[in-house]
Design a protein around this ligand. Structure first.
Ligand code: GLU
Length: 424
């Protein structure tokens, strides 16, 4: 077992991880120093104190953030995270990743991210609602359909987006659906948005398997995380014949070499307070982290950042990693992964299906229309496949891994647009 000091050495702040990849790609592109320094720094950082009356009558003050990394390509876009690990550096990294992500899939948005340091699992629904409304009120001048458009992320879902939309609308005196995406269907949400990130990961996985000549009918896969992204990815891959041999959540990792019936696991989770604890149709592994190094051809880390590190990279058995989470592989592990010949479909490409369908939701809200599911899926599948093919082509052209290629595509697009818009 790693000692605390060894493991902290192997861990990496997500901002450092993001910057190291940005620096690498900027160098390959020959980005000029002025544009480099503009894209390196977030355009705006907002920190707010949020007093909330808790159910016991006492007031607790939470810290909330919104970082707008860039508005070069359009209004900024990005989720809101409720988690105890939320801090400014994390939000800054996540905001920049949104800029690169939107650029890779070529949707007209800049990048932002928000978060509140809190433990939503330890809060009542009423407390979470008051916290969400308080945050929205504090950010009323930041958010806007043409300015900055939030969405769900870790620890948030459609209900928080409904409260956010309602609170924002009250401050403006008019219902403003397009201020936030990932809303419930009856409140202007889009069909297909909940599954969209998982669906994009599925499309990327199949595109990568094709390049690697992996047979989907013989492929095995491990999915880390069983929240919205992980469980939908596992379900969509399972439905298409890929054997899911391992799944995990904070309660542990569950292994079944004959394949786990994902619909059954989702049902179990939903009836068990959102947790896989006690799941009987698979064997519980010694540690949740064992999933990362288990015997599976495809690994989908879909939980959180900084999980593939120097401590475990050399033990990974998968040939293909498809990053469902933002920043799951830290930059220190890149070299080992590349030396081992593992193909990585990077986060800013693989998980961009979510923001793509967010964009469709925003378009539908502005048009006052609702698209059928078939149209949403067809369009997002096409965008994901085209983005994959483009990044793949650039990776061959520059002889670099897919991650570097995705950053090259993104930085080049943002830098060119920035120059066209003009600097004074
Ligand atoms: N939170 C998601 C992400 O990291 C979605 C963001 C959005 O839809 O704006 O990509």
């Amino acid at each position: 077992m790693a000692t605390p000091s060894a493991s902290s050495h192997e861990k990496e702040n997500p901002l450092e991880s993001m910057m190291s990849r940005f620096d690498g790609a900027a160098q390959i592109l020959g980005l000029d120093p002025e544009t480099y320094s503009v894209l390196k720094n977030p355009a705006k950082q907002v920190i707010v104190s949020l007093p909330v009356t808790m159910d016991n009558g006492k007031v607790k003050v939470f810290e909330g953030y919104r970082v707008i990394h860039s508005t070069v390509l359009g209004p900024s876009k990005g989720g809101i995270r409720f988690d105890m690990g939320v801090n400014l550096d994390e939000v800054k990294a996540l905001a920049a990743w949104m800029t690169w992500k939107c650029a890779v899939v070529d949707i007209p948005y800049g990048g932002a991210k928000g978060g509140i340091t809190c433990d939503p699992r330890a809060m009542s629904k009423g407390e979470i609602e008051r916290l969400t409304r308080s945050y929205t009120l504090s950010m009323a001048d930041i958010f806007g359909p043409d300015k900055d458009i939030p969405a769900p992320d870790m620890g948030t879902s459609a209900i928080e987006m409904a409260w956010l939309m309602d609170e924002f609308s009250k401050t403006k005196g008019q219902t403003t659906l397009a201020v936030v995406t990932g809303k419930p269907l009856v409140l202007g949400g889009s069909l297909g948005r909940t599954e969209a990130t998982g669906r994009g990961i599925m499309v990327s996985t199949f595109a990568a398997m094709q390049k690697l000549r992996m047979n989907p009918n013989k492929a095995t896969c491990a999915v880390q995380g069983f929240g919205n992204v992980g469980s939908n990815t596992a379900k969509l891959l399972d439905e298409r014949g890929i054997k899911i041999v391992c799944i995990s959540d904070i309660s542990g990792a569950y292994w079944n070499e004959n394949g786990i019936d994902i619909k059954d696991a989702i049902l179990y989770r939903d009836e068990n307070n959102g947790s896989l604890e006690g799941y009987g149709n698979a064997d519980k592994m010694d540690s949740a982290d064992d999933l990362l190094t288990c015997k599976a051809g495809i690994l989908v880390p879909a939980a959180k950042e900084d999980v593939i590190t120097l401590a475990n990279a050399s033990k990974i058995q998968a040939r293909l990693i498809v990053e469902g989470a933002n920043g799951p592989t830290n930059s220190k592990a890149d070299e080992i992964i590349n030396e081992k010949g593992i193909t990585v479909v990077p986060d800013i490409l693989a998980n961009a299906g979510g923001v793509t369908v967010s964009y469709f939701e925003w378009v539908q809200n502005r048009l006052g229309m609702r698209w059928p599911l078939e149209r949403v899926n067809r369009r997002s599948d096409r965008i994901m496949k085209e983005a994959f093919d483009h990044v793949y082509k650039i990776s061959k052209e520059y002889q670099v891994p897919l991650r570097t290629a995705a950053y090259i595509v993104a930085i080049d697009k943002v830098a060119q647009t920035y120059k066209l818009r003009g600097v004074y």
